[in-house]
Design a binder for this molecule. Structure first.
Ligand code: PAF
Length: 283
């Protein structure tokens, strides 16, 4: 496995591999890798493709006052995990390599980015869409893998690939959880012991919502209230930024739940903001 720091070096290496008949599978990350990322990297390498992972903490997707500076950076451990997962190239550019000058181009999407995370973090999705357009153009994969934990991000990237006729197929991978249900996230390691002990309430609350839907509840407001009540039992959690009970494709709240449904939330424990979501199908 090679760690590559520049766009030119990566393009050169991948051009040679393509000439040898390889297609590329891509797992984009911001590093601080955990088992959720491992599943993306394994899928990228095992689908018969040459596996490429990127590790880049993208400043464009953090607003002023968010955790860009404190975001964990653990390149040595990340490279070891990437190698174990079968990745052939880790692309780990500097911010100057990716943005040598302020970008005059921003990729932004309407509709799917407006509610939920978009309300709490108004510049976030344009930062993700812009860096992913750059990374997909640099790496040129046939498939790119993203965790369902960032469900709205996944929905946005699928739509971006569709709208812009990108070559890459965008593939969502199931959320990987700790034994107590907490969705794996690079931010979990910044939770205090007290917050870590209470954090599983997030997945428990969502599971309650899903159980109610599976038991026949079709009123989104009732499901939302159930989830909010459960979340309010964690004394050290702030009130959730949002609790969304939505159609899984439009991410809008319908009058009555039907078909594929998703429940999503974002909850802050101290200065760590956790997001999670779960889905079910009403048949
Ligand atoms: O999900 C992430 O880790 C990031 O948002 C991504 C997709 C790598 C873009 O920086």
């Amino acid at each position: 496995m090679m760690i590559v720091r520049t766009i030119g070096e990566l393009r050169f290496a991948l051009a040679k591999q393509r000439a040898n008949g390889w297609t590329v599978g891509f797992a984009p990350t911001m590093g601080a890798l955990h088992d959720g990322h491992r599943s993306l990297m394994e899928a990228a390498s095992w689908d018969g493709c040459l596996g490429v992972a990127s590790i880049f903490v993208n400043p464009l997707q953090f607003a002023a006052g968010e955790d860009l500076d404190s975001y964990p950076r653990t390149l040595d451990a990340d490279a070891a995990m990437a190698e174990e997962a079968g990745i052939s190239y880790v692309f780990a550019p500097s911010a100057v390599e990716m943005y040598p000058e302020p970008s005059w181009t921003t990729v932004s999407l309407d509709v799917v980015t407006e509610p939920w995370e978009g309300e709490s973090r108004p510049t976030h999705f344009a930062g993700v869409a812009t860096v992913m357009t750059k990374l997909l153009s640099i790496v040129g994969p046939c498939r790119a893998y993203f965790g369902e934990k960032d469900y709205q991000q996944l929905a946005m990237l699928r739509r971006m690939a569709y709208d812009l006729n990108l070559d890459a197929e965008i593939i969502g991978m199931p959320t990987i959880r700790e034994d107590d249900g907490l969705a794996m996230s690079s931010r979990n390691r910044r939770l205090t012991p007290e917050h870590r002990a209470e954090a599983p309430i997030v997945s428990q609350a969502l599971r309650l919502g899903i159980a109610a839907i599976d038991a026949g509840e079709t009123n989104p407001a009732t499901v939302e209230a159930l989830i909010r009540d459960a979340l309010s039992t964690a004394p050290s959690a702030d009130a959730p930024d949002y609790v969304a009970v939505v159609d899984a494709n439009s991410l809008r709240t319908p009058d009555h739940l039907t078909g594929e449904v998703r429940v999503l939330t974002a909850v802050r424990f101290g200065d760590v903001r956790l997001i999670d979501n779960m889905g079910t199908l009403i048949s």
